[in-house]
Ligand binder design. Structure first.
Ligand SMILES: NC(=O)C1=CN([C@@H]2O[C@H](COP(=O)(O)OP(=O)(O)OC[C@H]3O[C@@H](n4cnc5c(N)ncnc54)[C@H](O)[C@@H]3O)[C@@H](O)[C@H]2O)[C@@H](O)CC1
Ligand SMILES: [K+]
Length: 510
């Protein structure tokens, strides 16, 4: 699990490195520049040229150090210095001076021979100090770098692509697109959220000598990037003296006429994620159809007709007895009484519950249902459902995903999985986890149903929240990534991801 910091926290960490740990800024810059030069050399062809574009702040200083190392390695370096030279930071001035013996002189942008395939551009224009949209000569420098990359040059960004907002991951216009981003000390929030994550290209976090302790913990606002070792480590290898009763009994409340597949996919997700037993409670007319997809599943027919309502309460309470977890929502028939039914059901069941799809839409009309729930809750909305839960228009919500998710989880005391590229898992304590797995092949119906089942299975196996949630999301996305690596994105379907969970378990030796 790696923390991702804001620009303000990064500044504080830089200062603490010097004041508390005796690691002065020039030393950190020297290390940063060396790593940057190494990354650039790795990307360049043997006959490649190196264009280093430096800005007015310390990010530019990192570029100047990199230029010195590249030159020392005998490589051809062109230096561009954008902005007023008189306003360079003291560290940058020192490093410009240190370039003296190399004979490298800053060139105007227009005088640079256009880089192409085999060449490397080092983007050291702006780092974490960017405060506004780049304009004038700065915007022009970014446009050049975009053009050079389009012509085949590789771009290495120092710390963060210039033009990208360190905290939000939203780009200003224009913004550099990098092949590799070498970031210093800690990950930054904007690098782990989309679209920033894509603009960074391959992200490498290097240790320039800032001790981890220099970044004070900020409980309640931490943002973490989930790593494979975290998700793998959350799932214990199976002991030999165990049986189906050890791994949890999942009750899936899902499906309706025309949507029996939703129930089946959720159940399949649960089965493929190791649930000991899976029972699907659904309208009696679709029970057989659900079981037809997975004979391992048990059916619990709900004998009433039409939308789920109060008449279903007793049968559902009975179904929930001795179950370790509930998954409620995929394809349920929703009507005027569904909200009340869910409120009553959840207020009387101790087991954790996953709320998905139409269960979310039902809850959106009375969020008090969440407060009254007896067991822990996980909600798994996509942005449209999240918009209904919060009243925030989808477009605005997508620009403030972290804040909206964190606020909701905190206010309602739940774990919230906000789906989409870089799914977020927000916990009631304010921590937010970013999931890096998954791909655009997953933009097809049923993926969420499978996820709800996977999550149910992990809760049923005793994982706690939020761990169960970020592990399920990671594994589900990884299943899709492994599938796509073999078969391409376009034809990926949800049942592939359910089946493909086995590839995740093979990889993790589970
Ligand atoms: N101890 C430290 O502080 C270290 C800092 N390092 C580097 O320093 C960077 C941060 O340095 P700075 O805080 O100097 O910030 P930057 O180098 O990111 O740039 C800030 C400068 O750009 C100006 N600026 C901001 N937005 C602008 C815009 N849109 N148009 C024109 N000018 C604009 C600011 O007024 C300021 O002069 C990090 O990203 C990292 O690369 C590293 O050298 C490691 C050590
Ligand atoms: K940069």
């Amino acid at each position: 699990m790696r923390r991702a910091l804001t620009a303000a926290r990064m500044r504080a960490a830089d200062q603490a490195a010097e004041s508390r740990f005796g690691m002065p800024s020039p030393l950190l810059m020297e290390n940063a520049g060396r790593f940057l030069a190494d990354a650039a050399r790795e990307l360049g062809a043997p006959e490649g040229r190196y264009v280093v574009v430096c800005g007015p702040g310390n990010n530019g200083g990192d570029g100047l150090v990199a230029a010195r190392f590249l030159h020392a390695a005998g490589l051809p370096v062109t230096l561009v210095l954008v902005g007023d030279r008189a306003k360079l930071t003291p560290e940058s001035k020192r490093n410009l001076h240190a370039l003296g013996p190399s004979g490298i002189q800053p060139q105007p942008l227009g005088a640079v021979a256009e880089p192409r395939g085999g060449d490397v551009v080092v983007d050291a224009l702006f780092g974490t100090g960017l405060t506004r949209a780049p304009a004038g000569e700065f915007a022009e420098a970014i446009q050049h770098m975009l053009r050079w990359r389009a012509a085949g040059a590789k771009v290495v960004a120092a710390d963060i692509p210039s033009g990208l907002h360190t905290d939000t991951g939203e780009p200003f216009s224009p913004c550099v697109e990098a092949d590799v981003t070498v970031t210093f000390g800690f990950l930054k929030q904007g690098q782990v959220l989309e679209p920033g994550a894509t603009l960074c290209g391959e992200l490498r976090c290097v240790d320039i000598g800032i001790p981890p302790e220099a970044a004070e913990p900020h409980p309640g606002v931490e943002l973490f990037l989930v790593e494979e070792s975290d998700a793998r480590g959350a799932i214990a290898p199976r002991r030999s003296d165990t049986h189906k009763g050890t791994y949890g009994h999942v009750l899936v409340v899902a499906g309706s006429h025309g949507k029996s597949g939703a129930a089946a996919m959720s159940a399949l997700g649960a089965l493929r994620a190791g649930a000991g037993l899976v029972t699907v409670a659904t309208r009696s007319e679709v029970v057989e159809s659900v079981l037809g997809h997975a004979p391992e599943v048990m059916g619990w027919p709900l004998e009433n007709r039409g939308p789920l309502g109060m008449a279903d309460l007793e049968p559902l309470l009975e179904a929930a007895e001795k179950k370790d977890v509930l998954v409620v929502g995929p394809g349920i028939p929703r009507g005027p009484e569904t909200t009340k039914l869910l409120g009553e059901l959840l207020s009387r069941v101790d087991a954790p519950a996953v709320l998905d799809a139409d269960a979310l839409n039902a809850v959106a009309t009375d969020l008090d249902v969440l407060r009254r729930a007896k067991g822990p809750l996980v909600l798994t909305p996509h942005p449209g459902e999240m918009s209904r839960l919060t009243g925030v228009p989808t477009k605005d919500l997508q620009k403030a995903r972290v804040e909206v998710a964190r606020d909701f989880a905190r206010t309602h005391g739940v774990t919230l999985v906000l789906k989409g590229a870089r799914t977020l898992i927000a916990h009631a304590d304010g921590s937010v986890y970013v999931n890096p797995t998954g791909n655009p092949g997953m933009a097809t119906g049923g993926m969420g149903d499978v996820l709800s089942g996977v999550l149910g299975a992990l809760l049923g196996q005793g994982l706690k929240l939020p761990e169960a949630a970020w592990t399920a999301v990671y594994a589900h996305g990884l299943s899709a990534d492994l599938m796509v690596a073999r078969r391409g994105r376009l034809g990926l379907i949800a049942t592939d991801v359910a089946k493909g969970m086995c590839n995740v378990w093979t990889r993790w030796n589970r």
